[in-house]
Design a protein around this ligand. Structure first.
Ligand code: HEM
Length: 502
């Protein structure tokens, strides 16, 4: 039934646009022509970065795609990405508005999906203090060490029973514990309302819902909005997700407000929620809807944007290592020789001594960026690589494709951590061939927190355990497919058998 309604609306819109609308811009970048009105929407394969990549091989690194009545420009080379994110950063540092993100960000009161507004500036400032500040990162150290210890014990139990572990689950669990404690002040070991399993489920479902698009995203205007209104099922699912997440954020906020005399409530440096609530107080409008929505919007970014993105890299690093036993052996030999064989616990300082492990993480960022395409929107007319891009054009930087650019990377599809040995290429937003965290004004504020957590997690997994595939499974059997909407997971969970090293 919904399909029928959808098709009739597409047809109606087609008729309407054929009569009333004409494409004005003649100087757009090259791209496929597509059908009248729907453009190339009917060809969508479900995985945007791979679809865009295939199209860009034919149409070039700055490509224009007709998606419904909108036009998107896709950037697929490091040169063009530099021009967008560095030279034209001021003109492209806003985000397109999409259905799921709008609802789950409290109408863009957040950081990640907000347009370039005062609210964004205000929220971003808090996040920079909380997530980038060196002193702040130091305070997370002991908490991270405790959670690593918990993960090692969990894997050790499986090793004792010689039973396989689901690396997707282990990684999501580890990062959920770290992030909920460090940023939200919630200890999942003792929390009566939310346990690890529930949190993982919320993050995965919420993350998918954030990337949902509606008919109006491609057919803007009243008719598109009306079509979205008619698509009941999508709306109901989105509302249900919104309510569940809202309950969670409200619980986190109430917990902080309850302990106003305690460490979380009054000390703005306790965690980011305290920092944000403190701002609400200073503005003289504690509890006001507008500001509370703002706090919840930022909570959404941390919760939905901070857990899976980190876990995804851990999962892919382990996947690549099990497929490349040579790299796994080299990493473990280095780690165990420099750290000694008899350590009960590791610290973040140990990371300074393990060079090869860091190359592994870099190479994983290159091949499997958690956010494969970065959405931006032009705020005024700009020129990129000689092509005119009108104001308000949706732009996607295909970081996934740029990590495979044949002009830049030798044997781009192969997992070769050594390629970074004599290279100063980093992932902090200054090298446009490696952009897992984006760049410019909208650069991810959690680069150090995230990369440190990934390296530390991997260090613990590789130091304490040897890993193998379950009986009867060979490396070639491993499914390398991904799934998602904004962040992309390994579709089939990675299952490995751990053996305790000592
Ligand atoms: C490996 C882990 C992560 C990856 C790959 C990643 C990637 C990204 C990317 C690509 C962007 C967009 C950058 C741009 O537009 O140029 C972004 C933005 C953002 N990330 Fe991350 N991220 C990660 C972890 C985290 C964590 C742990 C947090 C918070 C706890 C976080 C919070 C944010 C926020 C708030 C923004 C929005 C910045 C803005 O629009 O101004 N990220 N991230």
């Amino acid at each position: 039934m919904e399909i029928l309604i959808y098709l009739s609306w597409v047809l109606l819109l087609a008729l309407f646009s054929f009569v009333f609308l004409k494409k004005k811009n003649q100087r757009l970048p090259p791209g496929p022509r597509g059908l009248p009105i729907i453009g190339i929407l009917h060809q969508f394969t479900g995985i945007p970065h791979k679809w865009f990549h295939q199209l860009s091989l034919k149409h070039g690194p700055v490509m224009s795609l007709p998606l419904g009545l909108t036009t998107a420009v896709v950037i697929s080379s490091s040169e063009a990405a530099e021009e967008v994110l560095k030279t034209k950063d001021v003109e492209t540092c806003t985000r397109p508005q999409m259905l799921g993100a709008r609802r789950l960000s409290y109408n863009f009161k957040d950081i990640t999906f907000a347009q370039f507004t005062d609210t964004w500036k205000e929220n971003r400032k808090v996040s920079m203090v909380e997530l980038l500040n060196f002193k702040k990162l130091q305070t997370f150290k002991s908490l991270k060490e405790e959670e690593m210890d918990f993960m090692v014990k969990k894997i050790s139990n499986s090793a004792l029973e010689q039973s396989p572990v689901d690396i997707n689950n282990i990684s999501m669990g580890l990062v959920s514990h770290i992030l909920c404690r460090s940023s939200l002040g919630q200890n999942l070991h003792t929390n009566k309302f939310f346990d690890e399993e529930r949190i993982i489920q919320l993050v995965m479902e919420g993350s998918l819902a954030t990337g949902e698009f509606g008919v109006a995203d491609f057919f803007p205007g009243k008719l598109g909005n009306f079509a979205d209104w008619l698509l009941q099922r999508k709306r109901v699912i989105l509302e249900k997700m919104f309510k569940e997440l809202d309950d969670f954020y409200q619980h986190v906020i109430d917990d902080h407000l309850k302990s106003l005399d305690g460490p979380k409530g009054t000390d703005p440096s306790a965690d980011i929620v305290s920092g944000m609530l403190n701002l609400v107080d200073k503005n003289g409008t504690p509890g006001s809807k507008r500001n509370l929505d703002q706090v919840k919007g930022v909570l959404m970014n941390l919760f939905l944007g901070g857990i899976d993105t980190v876990a995804i890299i851990l999962i892919w690093a382990m996947t690549e290592l099990i497929r490349n036993p040579r790299a796994m052996k080299k990493a473990q030999e280095e780690i165990r020789s420099v750290l000694g064989d008899k350590r009960e616990k590791l610290t973040e300082e140990d990371l300074e001594k393990v060079k090869y492990l860091k190359l592994i993480v870099k190479e994983t960022f290159r091949l499997h960026p958690s956010v494969p395409t970065i959405p931006r929107e032009s705020m005024s007319p700009i020129t990129i690589q000689g092509y005119d891009i009108p104001a308000k054009t949706r732009m996607y930087i295909n970081v996934w494709a740029i990590g495979r650019e044949a002009k830049v990377w030798k044997n781009p599809e192969e997992f070769i951590p050594e390629r970074f040995i004599d290279s100063d290429v980093h992932f902090k937003g200054q090298h446009y061939e490696l952009l897992p965290f984006g760049s410019g004004r909208r650069l991810c504020p959690a680069v150090s927190f995230a990369s440190g957590t990934i390296e530390f997690g991997l260090l613990n997994m590789l130091y304490f355990f040897d890993w193998s595939l379950p009986d009867g499974v060979v490396a070639e059997d491993i499914d390398m497919g991904d799934i998602g909407n904004i962040s992309f997971y390994k579709k089939v969970p990675l299952v490995l058998v751990p053996v305790k090293h000592h």
